[in-house]
Design a protein around this ligand. Structure first.
Ligand code: DAK
Length: 258
């Protein structure tokens, strides 16, 4: 499959997707989001892949939805096309973990895209923001919902209402990012973490992602029950037997994803 707006590579058991509209700071056109969904779904379906990394370039992860394309659309255009929902939601359906490796700007839809991933590794050059208010719109790809869950109400209000950008260390203090790393190590460190994840039992990894995401969708009792049942289910896998035997036999496990 060849793409126009993204690049894809395979590093061992890790699928790497690079947003590739550098002249527009990786502005997220409809065509780009279509390609991104196709690429992530393909890696998700590929048994040789265990985890994905999504990145941009040194200047921008993505500077938001494509303002040039959006500027002339009317209500009926975006409503009839189910703008955002139509293709952005593909990313939510990916079951394997996705790490966003963010260098430079992650603004508007770019910040929202990073938050749709399972964790964010931020370069020390990263800047996060939801500046849609300056354009006369509000965040439309989950920013008003995922940002407060990540950083709390106060900082989410500050970012969405004033359009203030936060840097990588503020993002880490607020809980938006998992790690801050030097810019020239950002993708490498994300690939290393993704390789580590890919070395584990895939069904177990999928269950962990599903269970953590459930924490944001359900009351504590329901979430705990969901976790407990998945935990019980791991005892039906060969990988649970292998993982525990390997520990007791003081050797590395050899998981078969069964
Ligand atoms: N869209 C299109 N082009 C963009 C862009 C964007 N978001 N961001 C940057 N570019 C383009 C610039 O127009 C410029 O193009 P040329 O002039 O060279 O042709 C090129 O990228 C380089 O940008 P700058 O010259 O501006 O570079 P600077 O270093 O000076 O500034 C910047 C970098 C990131 C601070 C600046 O480019 C900037 O402020 N960009 C816009 C950031 C932004 O506002 N992002 C939020 C976009 S809105 C919905 C409706 C709306 C939305 C969602 C849903 N529904 C109806 C459901 C909105 C979502 C958004 O993300």
């Amino acid at each position: 499959m060849s793409y126009t707006n993204i690049l894809t590579e395979v590093h061992g058991k890790v699928g790497l997707v690079t947003l590739n509209r550098p002249k527009q700071l990786n502005a997220l056109s409809d065509a780009l989001i279509d390609e991104l969904g196709t690429a992530l779904a393909a890696f998700d379906a590929d048994d040789t892949i265990g985890c994905m990394v999504l990145t941009g370039n040194d200047k921008a992860f993505a500077a938001g939805a494509d303002i040039g394309a959006m500027s002339q659309w009317g209500f009926v255009d975006v409503y009839r096309n189910d703008y955002i929902t139509r293709n952005w939601e593909t990313i939510r359906r990916v079951r394997k973990p996705i790490i966003a490796a963010v260098r430079g700007f992650a603004l508007g839809g770019g910040c929202e895209l990073a938050m749709m991933c399972d964790m964010i590794f931020a370069a020390d050059t990263a800047r996060f923001g939801q500046p849609e208010v300056k354009l006369g719109v509000l965040p439309g790809a989950g920013g008003t919902q995922r940002l407060p869950r990540a950083v709390g109400k106060a900082k989410a209000m500050d970012m969405c209402l004033t359009a203030r950008m936060i840097d990588a260390s503020e993002a880490e203090r607020a809980g938006l990012v998992a790690r801050v790393v030097p810019a020239d190590r950002c993708v490498a460190e994300a690939l290393e973490a993704a390789a580590t994840i890919s070395s584990y039992s895939l069904p177990t990894v999928l269950m962990i992602k599903e269970s953590i995401n459930r924490a944001f969708e359900s009351p504590l009792n329901e979430g705990l029950l969901f976790e407990r049942r998945l935990f019980h289910a791991t005892f039906a896998t060969s990988d649970q037997k292998e993982g525990m035997s390997a520990f007791l036999e003081k050797r590395l496990p050899s998981f078969t994803n069964r």
